[in-house]
Design a protein around this ligand. Structure first.
Ligand SMILES: C[S@@+](CC[C@H](N)C(=O)[O-])C[C@H]1O[C@@H](n2cnc3c(N)ncnc32)[C@H](O)[C@@H]1O
Length: 220
């Protein structure tokens, strides 16, 4: 067993961590506020330091084609749109008309709307509308937890060798180690086991926010 260097974050330490990331742009700040105004659902938004990380990762691998499952009000979409640059495209999928309307306004305001292709409807179906020859550089799964495994199977074959597939909330607030997890917690536990056993990728589960898996597509 290695030395356990992992620590829980106090509110003070969380603020400190957030302060080490580049601050939100005015458009990002307004989107945080518009999302908070929606009430409790706002907790679904990726935290700002995670958004900064997503932009950085997108830039680091030179991703130009990103697919995201779970738009919500568009904060992570905005992070990817910043990362792909003016000649990149982000396909983003969601079922909600209302939440994605907030997103579209934010993308306009941030000047990235022309890089975003929005798909409305259950992603298991709407994913089929992607062009058959579309090669994905980076995919992000952040929607219904029972759907993760299906999204993974739909996406992995389309990721280019060396490309990344990310999955959010893979700790599910700690339920993954509960004796009696909820249906969602159980679905995430099964998803994590599936990823771990998948020899098409190499992967690591990071304790960022609610857990973020990063998997890299191998060339097999
Ligand atoms: C955790 S939120 C996504 C948060 C977003 N990535 C962000 O940073 O703001 C999950 C989203 O998945 C969407 N969703 C739930 N079931 C879905 C489905 N079957 N197909 C597509 N989207 C779905 C919800 O409407 C919700 O907006």
């Amino acid at each position: 067993m290695d030395l356990d260097k992992r620590i829980g974050l106090s509110p003070q330490l969380t603020s400190y961590v957030v302060a080490q990331a580049e601050p939100p742009t005015p458009a990002q700040q307004r989107l945080v506020e518009a999302t908070l105004a929606l009430g409790g659902v706002a907790e679904m938004q990726v935290p700002h330091e995670q958004a900064v990380f997503l932009t950085l990762l997108t830039q680091a691998i030179g991703a130009k084609t990103v697919v995201e499952i779970g738009t919500f009000t568009g904060y992570s979409t905005l992070a990817f749109a910043r990362g792909v640059g003016a000649d990149g495209v982000v396909h983003t999928f969601d079922v909600s008309q209302d939440w994605t309307a907030v997103a579209r306004q934010a993308w306009q305001e941030a000047g990235v709307a022309d890089r975003v292709r929005q798909h409305l409807g259950p992603a298991a179906e709407t994913l089929k509308s992607l062009p058959g020859d579309l090669v994905i550089d980076l995919a992000f799964i952040d929607a219904d937890k029972v759907g993760y495994l299906g999204y993974w199977e739909a996406l992995v074959p389309r990721i280019r060798p060396g490309g990344l597939i990310l999955a959010d909330n893979v700790l599910y607030a700690g339920e993954v180690v509960d004796e009696h997890p909820s249906r969602n917690g159980q679905a995430i536990r099964e998803f994590n086991a599936h990823v771990r056993a998948d020899d098409r990728v190499e992967s690591v589960l990071l304790t960022l926010a609610d857990g973020l898996t990063i998997a890299r597509r191998l060339s097999n």
